[in-house]
Design a binder for this molecule. Structure first.
Ligand code: GLY
Length: 410
């Protein structure tokens, strides 16, 4: 049965209890965001440490190599702007928008950062929704500048093109490497294609999605965190990990970024193959969840490490499945993905939402277990994608547009 004419309220089909829970969670979010905003000065929150306090970084911290050591820089700063914007959206309180505008000016300097794919995370969570909510062209100008830098990361090989994830492109280490996380950063390119009516952004994103599907997805539909490509042929030289348990393991957040990226890619390219891939990746994720709603940080972690959860992965998957449900051409499939997305969101609200007075929104995110950073605390990206998912059901169309697939899925 077709989903094309089903009202969104029927696709998500929330009970009264769920509607109340999701609205109240956004109420509590706005109170927490207002309390924290006043304590940050010009810095931005990253993760909560073992003492429960936010670790804070300046927005200016750029990505780069220090000798052989790679630093991701502050790729979290846009998410805070996003939480200020969603708090404005939910409460209508103008002070959140004023704060978001002021912070956007601090974040804007990163739109020139040529060293990282994370420019997508930074600006798709801040300037893009800022423009959608306010219509203010200044937000769009910033986002477009960032999209140019992301598109410039395209590396062309004999067998396709991909966006290099980390490092200056002149450095072979950066040029040959790509990460599954980049799939979620394609949103900025798709936005730019639509906003500027310039298909080259979409072509870059689509090329990356096609090459990632070939190189990152294993036969069982799990994904590599990172791939090193042969720069000439485009062949995968190796699949490996930075944040997963080991190179061949299934890092749950990587799987989440992939589901999220292929659902968006399906909507923006009209390719049914991307919907089908998003579903296969989601089926793998559900199989490994085995009835739980929150995954371990890595599905192949063993011993006591297997008890460490990643609520950020759950939030990203919830948001992705709600979008997959909205755009899916089949009503039955839409109902299935909606049911899973809503259940994940409900579990996050009921079991993982931090107490009032504590910092952050979600307990039990895991930024990087191998580096022992942000384990068992809140992370900015977990909190942002959680609120994005809540907005999809409570404020549909207000944070992100409710675009139908750009061309009919085929
Ligand atoms: N760089 C994105 C992540 O840590 O998942």
């Amino acid at each position: 049965m077709s989903n094309a004419t089903t009202p969104l309220s029927d696709i998500y089909s929330l009970t009264q209890d769920q509607t109340r829970l999701f609205r109240e969670t956004l109420d509590r979010t706005a109170v927490k965001v207002a309390a924290d905003e006043l304590s940050f000065g010009v810095e931005f929150p990253q993760v909560t440490g073992p003492d429960g306090e936010w670790v804070r970084l300046p927005a200016s911290l750029s990505a780069g190599y220090d000798g052989d050591a790679w630093s991701h820089g502050n790729w979290f700063c846009g998410f805070w702007v996003g939480l200020l914007l969603t708090s404005h959206l939910h409460t209508g309180d103008a002070k959140f928008l004023e704060w978001a505008r002021a912070r956007m000016l601090l974040v804007e300097q990163r739109a020139d950062d040529p060293n990282t794919h994370d420019i997508g995370f930074i600006f798709d969570s801040s300037a893009v929704p800022g423009h959608h909510i306010t219509g203010d062209a200044r937000f769009a100008d910033i986002a477009l500048k960032a999209a140019d830098k992301l598109r410039a990361r395209l590396v062309t090989t004999r067998d396709g093109a991909y966006l290099a994830s980390w490092g200056p492109l002149a450095d072979p280490r950066g040029r040959s490497a790509s990460a599954i996380d980049t799939m979620a950063n394609l949103s900025l390119l798709y936005w730019a294609a639509n906003h500027a009516d310039d298909g080259s952004y979409r072509q870059a994103a689509d090329a990356h999605a096609a090459m990632t599907a070939r190189a990152f997805v294993r036969p069982d539909d799990s994904t590599y965190h990172a791939v090193e490509y042969d720069l000439e042929t485009g062949a995968r030289k190796r699949g490996y990990t930075f944040q997963g348990a080991f190179d061949e393991s299934a890092w749950s957040r990587g799987q989440a970024w992939a589901i999220y990226g292929y659902a968006n890619s399906a909507r923006e390219t009209g390719k049914l193959a991307y919907i089908e891939l998003a579903e296969r990746l989601a089926e793998y994720y559900l199989r490994r969840l085995d009835g739980r709603q929150i995954p371990p940080w890595d599905f192949d972690a063993t011993g006591s490490d297997a008890d460490i959860k990643d609520t950020a992965a759950a939030a990203i998957v919830a948001s992705a499945l709600l979008e997959l449900a909205r755009i899916h051409p089949s009503a039955d499939a839409a109902a299935k993905w909606s049911r899973h997305g809503v259940a994940m969101l409900e579990a996050l609200c009921r079991d993982e939402f931090t107490k009032d007075g504590e910092h952050g929104l979600l307990h039990n995110s895991c930024y990087s277990k191998p580096h022992n950073i942000g384990v068992d605390g809140a992370t900015m990206f977990g909190d942002f994608f959680f609120v994005e998912a809540l907005c999809r059901v409570v404020h549909p169309g207000k944070l992100r547009p409710l675009d139908a697939p750009r061309i009919p899925l085929a």
